[in-house]
Design a binder for this molecule. Sequence first.
Ligand code: SF4
Length: 316
Amino acid sequence: MNHIFGPVPSRRLGRSLGIDVIPAKTCSFDCIYCESGPTTHLSVIRENFADPAEVLRQLDDFFRRSPGGADAITFSSAGEPTLYLQLGELIRQIKKKYREIPLAVLTNGSLLWDAAVRKELLEADIVVPSLDAATPGIFSRINRPHPSLRLEEVIEGIRAFRKDYRGRLHLEIMLVSGANDCPEELSKLARRAIDMEADVIELNTVARPPAIEGTSGLPEDQMRCAASFFPQDKTAIIGAFHEDPARSGEKDLAARILQTIERRPCTIRELSASLGVAEERLEAESILLRDSEKLVMLDFAGKVFLCPPRRGGCQT
Ligand code: SF4
């Protein structure tokens, strides 16, 4: 398994080199908005999905080929990273070797009720748990969790982690049109977020092709309105990623495009920012890849996303 991908355009971390230690798509949630498609293995059992030595070897390989090639290292999978049993050990080894590069873990927070999982994340520089619901009905509707998970336990787990954690805690809330964007739920979410003492509250919305058709995000004015429910000094609406597209060369372009979209659908503009290749060049290569059925182009929210062929759907 290839454990390293990207760097991918991250709206919070810049050029983020992804580490994937979870087989797609193994998760404790099956979120309706998931950009990696439906969960095929809904689980809360932690397993040894990957050999830490092999992950480190691939990481070393990347930095040997591209010194300075990433602004951050991020555990971010088409699944839930804390389901990886050796996550703590791998974090420790990466921080020992690449101390100067911020290490982030994106998690749905569902296993933070477990003290062992909380302890494993303490060495990360940034932890980004998500919380999309403050009431159990909305939790079930949006996140479609493993039957053993209870919203109150998930919330308590994040709060307990905050008490011990000295790094930066960014709480991400994904707003879904017609699901968690009513004033009552936003007020409750805001109270929960304040309780958690996050350094930053990041409001996100559905901006890529979702797992469940018909799931949609909020337009900009409604995102601003939603943000007014949260503490102004620490709340950010996550916007589109923009960066100077002049970083690296065009070697192995087809492989790099496919590797990047494997975990996360991207627009041509995002790919350009991530790979440092002109948009025109990417467009031409993507059309060749589409014609040879290695990727599909999906229309979503007025943008065209390049996705792996398994996503299917309406192609352009
Ligand atoms: S969005 Fe994250 S937590 Fe939700 S199903 Fe996808 S990978 Fe799992």
